[in-house]
Write a protein that binds this ligand. Structure first.
Ligand code: MN
Length: 195
């Protein structure tokens, strides 16, 4: 269980310490415990989390993808982030016309996804950027895309702080996005050593 790069109360008031304590300490911890239990006697015993997301199926896939998705999600958040660099803004402009165009399209996808899932910014092999809503434990690696940024829209991600108001949760997400992390993932592609 990797530790978070910030304190549990650091994202408050956008994401409370209580939410982080359940989301990391209960939900993520359970996915990680399940992966460790399930992979032991499987062909994936020595595989990385990323390889399990790419190649496992069934219960092991679901738990590995949920572990991976949450680790990426918590690393693409930070308190008091810098705005995106001119380099990243330009990359987003190519496919979404503007930074705001990207944020609006991503937010719309987050509100439109029915039920539980994840909204992704992902790059294809030509580095074209895509917004991809995926249900349940979906992850862009299963479509041959590299995941760059994600938003958890399972109810457990926002119900303590926002109850049913997913739109408020999505709006506040933009205040704590770690753009530097997104840029690093886009530049490193398959060589990335981060979640
Ligand atoms: Mn979650």
């Amino acid at each position: 269980m990797p530790s978070l790069p910030y304190r549990q109360d650091a994202l408050s008031p956008y994401m409370s310490a209580e939410t982080l304590s359940y989301h990391v300490g209960k939900h993520l911890q359970t996915y990680i415990d399940n992966v460790n239990r399930l992979k032991k006697d499987s062909p994936f015993a020595d595989s990385s989390l990323r390889d399990m997301v790419k190649h496992a199926c069934g219960n092991l896939y679901n738990n590995a993808a949920q572990a991976y998705n949450h680790l990426l999600f918590f690393h693409n958040l930070c308190p008091l982030p810098d705005p995106p660099s001119p380099w990243l803004v330009q990359a987003l402009q190519v496919d979404f016309k503007s930074l705001d165009g990207f944020k609006n399209a991503f937010s719309e996808a987050a509100l439109a996804l029915f039920g539980s899932g994840w909204i992704w910014l992902a790059a294809d092999t030509t580095n074209k950027l895509h917004i991809i809503p995926m249900e349940n434990a979906g992850n862009p690696y299963t479509k041959g895309l590299t995941p760059l940024l994600t938003l958890d829209v399972w109810e457990h991600a926002y119900y303590i702080d926002y109850r049913n108001r997913r739109a408020d949760y999505v709006n506040n997400f933009w205040k704590i996005v770690n753009w530097e992390y997104v840029e690093r993932r886009l530049k490193q592609g398959e060589n990335l050593i981060y979640y």
